[in-house]
Ligand binder design. Structure first.
Ligand SMILES: Cc1ncc(COP(=O)(O)O)c(C=O)c1O
Length: 402
């Protein structure tokens, strides 16, 4: 047998892992209610028509060759305008690189900045790729606590406690996947102060920035005058094109970041470029009508309100209220009854018994995500109602049997 690399052995992705047993059930004709997929286009959300038209037009106009490795100049200029207008932050053309989704930006950045034994501070719970790609670089992800009772705001003291001379960055995900937390201005400023004090850059993932329900999102770079901030953003979520794989990275205060930025751009050149035709269409995304965002948030707010209320009515479940993105991260309080050994057992039991698919919380952090699950609030109210009714019945049955 030809051996796979040692490095590949630790790679597993909780979000996709639970899909396999669900597929087996579907093969047998069982209908599964999917509350596991972070892809709005799988539900009743669609890409704005003018973006689809722009994609078609770009292909017909001949934008089918390679683009510059750093990205299409017009798209980067449109991003500069957006950053100035939305966040009052100034970027230069060379501080931006367009990537194949935020995922590629994250891979390249961690390749460019982590050596073995380096540490990256990540939110607990987190979007799993941060831990996964850090480990892939033989470095260590260190989760810092986020406080469930405070709507999953980062615990600033815990960040400070975990900083060492090996810390290469503090990751913020705002709004957050999997918790839906929207970070307060105060908390962001406190984290910026810590980063400045210890001379550690902040890596701020803002892919859900305009998906908020009650208050606006504050970009970290807009609150960091003299602290280096590397921001990730992209088109998958707010512009409803996850399959186009369009993301970007922004380097703020490039002085301290020169070396990392240079390494990033060298790696970016070695992978040629992101999709040129999709980049052209994304210019229209930024410059064209933005009406869809209001409508998406209206639908999500309604689904958030319903999910928050309904889940909290179920015995054995309790949840904090998400303020952005499209996730909810309930606590399986009934875990203390010993019915399931792990949250993954709970998820598989729920899948087989009630045919509802969610993702186990420990897949997002073995410490701070444990005994929770992540559900998306993307399905219609009717589907959500059906799923939560099934969950309620399942919980009643399990608690009665106990
Ligand atoms: C916080 C966060 N960052 C990045 C990504 C990946 O984004 P992209 O589609 O741009 O690779 C996701 C996808 O779910 C996410 O939740």
């Amino acid at each position: 047998m030809i051996k796979a690399s040692k490095r590949s052995q630790g790679v597993s992705y909780a979000i996709r892992e639970v899909v396999l047993p669900a597929r087996e059930l579907e093969k047998k004709g069982v209908e599964i209610l999917h509350l596991n997929i972070g892809d709005p286009n799988k539900y009743d959300f669609d890409t704005p028509q003018h973006m689809k038209d722009a994609l078609y037009k770009a292909a017909n106009e001949g934008h089918n060759g390679y683009s510059p490795s750093e990205g299409d100049v017009e798209l980067r200029n449109a991003i500069i305008d957006r950053e100035k207008k939305r966040n009052n932050v100034d970027y230069k053309l060379e501080d931006i690189c367009i990537t194949t989704g935020v995922t590629e930006a994250l891979q390249i950045l961690l390749n460019a900045s982590l050596d073995p034994k380096d540490k990256l501070l990540i939110p607990g719970p987190t979007y799993p790729q941060y831990a996964l790609i850090t480990r892939f670089n033989d470095a260590e992800p260190i989760p810092y606590r986020c406080i469930e009772e405070e709507g999953w705001q980062p615990d600033v003291d815990d960040i400070r406690k975990n900083i060492t001379s090996h810390t290469k960055g503090i990751v913020l995900i705002n709004p957050n996947n999997p918790t839906g937390a929207l970070y307060s201005k105060k908390v962001i400023k406190e984290i910026v102060d810590i980063a400045g004090e210890y001379k550690v850059p902040i890596i701020s993932d803002e892919i859900y920035d305009d998906m908020v329900f009650d208050e606006r999102q504050h970009a970290t770079a807009s609150l960091a005058d003299d602290v280096p901030v590397i921001t990730f953003n992209g088109f998958s979520k707010v512009y409803l094109v996850p399959g186009w794989r369009m993301g970007y990275i922004l380097f703020h205060h490039s002085g301290e970041l020169d070396e990392v930025q240079d390494a990033f751009m060298r790696i970016a050149r070695s992978r040629l470029c992101a999709s040129s035709v999709c980049q052209r269409a994304c210019i229209s995304a930024l410059k064209g009508p933005q009406d869809h965002i209001k409508e998406v948030n209206r639908k999500l707010r309604e689904r958030r309100d319903f999910s928050f209320k309904r889940l909290n009515e179920i015995e054995g479940i309790s949840t904090a209220k998400p303020e952005g993105a499209f996730y909810i991260f309930p606590n399986i309080v009934a875990m203390d009854k010993g019915i399931w050994k792990t949250d993954k057992d709970f998820v598989l039991d729920l899948l087989h018994e009630a045919h509802v698919l969610v993702v186990h919380g420990s897949g997002f952090c073995s410490i701070y995500g444990k005994n929770h699950f992540r559900a998306v609030i993307l399905p219609t109210l009717k589907t959500l109602e059906k799923a939560f009714d099934k969950l309620e019945l399942f919980m009643k049955k399990r608690l009665k049997d106990k």
